[in-house]
Every structure is written in C-alpha cells, then in structure tokens.
Design a protein around this ligand. Structure first.
Ligand SMILES: C[S@@+](CC[C@H](N)C(=O)[O-])C[C@H]1O[C@@H](n2cnc3c(N)ncnc32)[C@H](O)[C@@H]1O
Length: 255
C-alpha cells in the first residue's frame, strides 16, 4: 500500500505554458515543439494556428480554450476562472499538459491569472516564450522597433479601450513621442487612438502601420499618417496590430 502511495507521489505532473508565435507555425521554439511532441493534453487559444497541433501525438486530448471561456461575455474574469480551473483539473489528470498561447505568453495573455491558479493548487509549471506579434510585424515591415535617438523606447499597449472615453486607464499624455507604440487588440479603436494622440500634441504626419494576420500567408500591411488613419480603419479585420512612430518611415512602402 505504501509502495503504491510512494510511486503515485513520484509521478510528476507539469503544465507547460508555451508561446506559439503569431500565424507562422515555424515561429514556435524548438523547445516548445519538443514539449508538444510529448503532450498528453493541449489547451490552445483561438488565435493559435491550428496547423501547429500536427506536432501533437494522436492520442492527445485537444481542448479549445475559448470553448471553456466565452470571450464575448461581459464578465470575462469569471470566464477566465473557469479556464484556470480546467487547466488545474487537466494537470491532475495528465503528466504533461500544454497551455498553448498565441504569440508570447507573457504579453496580453492572462498569464498571471493562470499562474496564480497553478501556484495556489501547487502545480508545477514552466513558461516557454514565443515570438510576440510586435516583433513578427516589424520583421514583415522590415524595420526595427527601436532606433537610436529616434525611438529609444518601445511600448506594447492594450488598445481595446476607447482612449477618448473618460474611463480609459491609459494616460496618453505620458506616451513619449521618441518611441514606437504597438497597440494590440485595437481594431475597434484605430481612429480613436490616432485622434487621441493628435490631441496630445503628436504630429498629424506621424507614420503608422497596421499589419493584419501577421505570420499567415495572407498577412497585409497598411502604411499611412495619423491624419489619414480613418480612411482605412473601417476595412481592417482582426487579428491586427497598430504600430506608430518614426521608425515606420524605414518600412518598405510596397510589398
Ligand atoms: C490577447 S492578445 C495576444 C497577444 C500575444 N500574446 C502576442 O504576444 O502576440 C491578441 C492580440 O494580439 C494581436 N495578434 C495576435 N496574433 C496576431 C496575428 N497573427 N496578426 C496580427 N495581430 C495579432 C492582435 O492585436 C490581437 O488582438
């Protein structure tokens, strides 16, 4: 009986939180692939390119995280709790569980909520980083996100809140013009962001780039100036990122 108890104890269960990169299935790390190959359960986000799941053994349980949490409900925090519980439940069931996130898991990925839940439940975990959309979009544009003297700062910003609303928690007056701003989740607010920055004294001619579906073979870029963003913002389809700042001037205008 004791032997059985001890052997049960020695089986290690672990959750690997892996960044899949945006779109392109070759942007995942080798380390990430090696873990996927031995995963018994994979809980993946809706933005992950599903082709990446080909690395997973056929016996692996595959769970779409966005079926466990409804991202369109107002109380998303409660929905996220459901997902946190599911990860814990699967970690007790299987030795190797992968939580597969789009891009890099440390950026806009509800990572801290999931980690806190794992810690609370005494479940071992490891984070394997990935390429974030900002880096991949910059590569597609053939620019660096930073440049000495021009943009010594780069900011990753959540763009889902309307910056023109009084309740916005981001203080746009603090954003440096000597920087590159990268707005994630901003498709609904492209024009509002430009308007807000101009209101804060940014030049109307400041260049921007919007990159849709980064890493997919249909990825698309739109380059312009803040004053003209309205013209194209209606046709933009998610997922997309908005980059603003003088480094965009180095982007190749035509593909
Ligand atoms: C919840 S955030 C996840 C970000 C992700 N963790 C990362 O590091 O890229 C989702 C947002 O990331 C951006 N995004 C993710 N994948 C993308 C892609 N393939 N093309 C363009 N934008 C993408 C979009 O702004 C989208 O609204």
């Amino acid at each position: 009986m004791n032997l059985l108890k001890n052997s049960k104890k020695s089986i290690k269960h672990k959750v690997y939180i892996i960044g899949a990169g945006p779109g392109d299935t070759e942007l995942i790390t080798l380390k990430g692939i090696n873990v996927l190959k031995k995963a018994e359960c994979v809980i993946y986000d809706y933005l992950v390119n599903k082709d990446i799941l080909e690395y997973v053994p056929i016996t692996t349980e595959l769970i779409n995280a966005d079926k466990a949490r409804n991202r369109y409900l107002d109380n998303f925090t409660k929905e996220q709790d459901k997902l946190n519980d599911l990860i814990v439940q699967k970690a007790k069931e299987y030795r190797t569980v992968v939580r597969l996130k789009n891009g890099d898991p440390t950026i806009f990925g509800r990572l801290n909520e999931e980690i806190q839940s794992l810690i609370k439940n005494k479940i071992d975990f490891e984070i394997i980083p990935g390429v974030t959309t900002a880096s991949s979009a910059a590569s597609f544009l053939k620019i660096g996100l930073t440049k000495t003297k021009v943009a010594p700062i780069v900011s990753f910003i959540a763009g889902h809140e309307n910056p023109l609303s009084k309740n916005s928690i981001i203080d746009f007056s603090k954003l440096s013009q000597k920087s590159t701003l990268v707005f994630y989740m901003a498709v609904e607010n492209l024009n509002n962001i430009a308007e807000k920055l101009i209101g804060e004294g940014w030049e109307k001619d400041t260049p921007f780039a919007i990159v849709e579906s980064v890493g997919f073979n249909y990825e698309k870029k739109h380059i312009g100036k803040l004053k003209n963003i309205k013209k194209i913002s209606n046709g933009i389809k998610p997922p997309a990122v908005l980059l603003i700042g003088d480094v965009i001037n180095y982007a190749i205008k035509k593909k």
